[in-house]
Design a protein around this ligand. Sequence first.
Ligand code: NAD
Length: 424
Amino acid sequence: MSAVQAPEPFTERSPWETAREQLRRVADVVGLDDNMVNVLLECKKAVEVSVPTRMEDGSVQVFDAFRVVHNVARGPSKGGIRYHPAVTLEETKALAMWMTWKCALMELPFGGAKGGVVCDPKALSVRELEGMTRRYTTEIINQIGPEVDIPAPDVGTSPQVMAWIFDTYSMNKGYSVLGVVTGKPLQVGGSRGREEATGRGAAFCTREALRKSGRDVDGARVAIQGFGNVGYNLADILSRWGATIVAVSDSTGGIHAPGGLDVQAAAAHKRENGALAGFGEGDDLTNEELLALDCDVLAPCALEHAITRDNASEVKASIICEGANGPTTLEADEILEDRGVLILPDVLANGGGVVVSYFEWVQGLQEYFWKEDEVNERLNDIITRAFAETWRTHEERSISMRQAAYAIGVGRVAEATTTRGLYP
Ligand code: NAD
């Protein structure tokens, strides 16, 4: 789990407004009628709970927490749990909606969900974190389950947190329920390759996008905002493939190394010190400066709304790989689109995480675990196919990659909804 920090207040619309407006815009492309749009614009269920937690000093702190299910037309809902001070119900709803489109784009038999606890996990001891996680799990125990809603890690949560969720749920049931949560450590039913999966999927998308313009990952210059699960693994994989990682950052600031960063050394420094700040190599730079760096690929892998109308015109990369969910505002999207920047949208670029979460769920249900090569190969197949479908739609219909990806995802969910019919 990595250091997190509350972002600046949103200057444009909120992520929930962004997500809803994206759906309205894509509804025209897909040709959805108003009844369908009205159904998809809402979340199926949103649960708000309070999570009293015993602190080290004996006091009790009460945390606000949520679990939101957006849609289950294609199967049980799936989505991460975020621990961050800026978590809100509305943000959780946006993230749940994006999960619905992502699962459909990847052709997984899942709907979309998300959860969050308003807390600063950095400020909690391990015991406090465990107590909070176990109480949160208990508060939402009737909402989750292997056939109902399956959580996973997101910002501020780790395989250890998933292990506590798995254990709490299992202790309440009286037997081990591997399929209740994904992103678990290997010792308790995790999947090989899950930890790196989101970064690996983003790396596959970057490779495909570079190929489309006759370029190769080898020699590409990449800047990455966010150095947690997604950002670090993306940097690691791309650098192994020969890319030059010219900058990385976390909530404490960034490092600029035009000749290429030693990703492993930066990761070791962050592990030891809890932050990138103070890493000796390269020059310091701010998160704003990172977004404006001269490079081929810019990968925002931190939080929503990093690229806004105020900084979109400063971006120099020709490809943006959205490792984070919702890192680009609608206004920034339009500016970048006009400037011919190719955006690999979140639902495509970070879909690798939920794909391997799906593999973990399947392996857990079957109690039969795959080799790492098998996991990575199947991930490559799914991401490459989703990229190709999105690219084809983008070209054939002359729409952006975002519109194309959302059109495919939303179209599949609408089809499932129509086929199932309205109950009762
Ligand atoms: P993480 O907690 O492991 O890492 C988050 C990183 O972002 C940390 O390095 C943190 O310091 C940095 N950060 C926080 N605030 C920042 C700021 N204002 N400026 C720059 N950096 C900042 O989280 P993660 O799992 O890597 O998730 C990152 C993004 O990827 C989120 O949008 C998440 O929803 C998305 N995502 C994650 C997964 C997954 O499998 N973990 C899957 C799909 C999408």
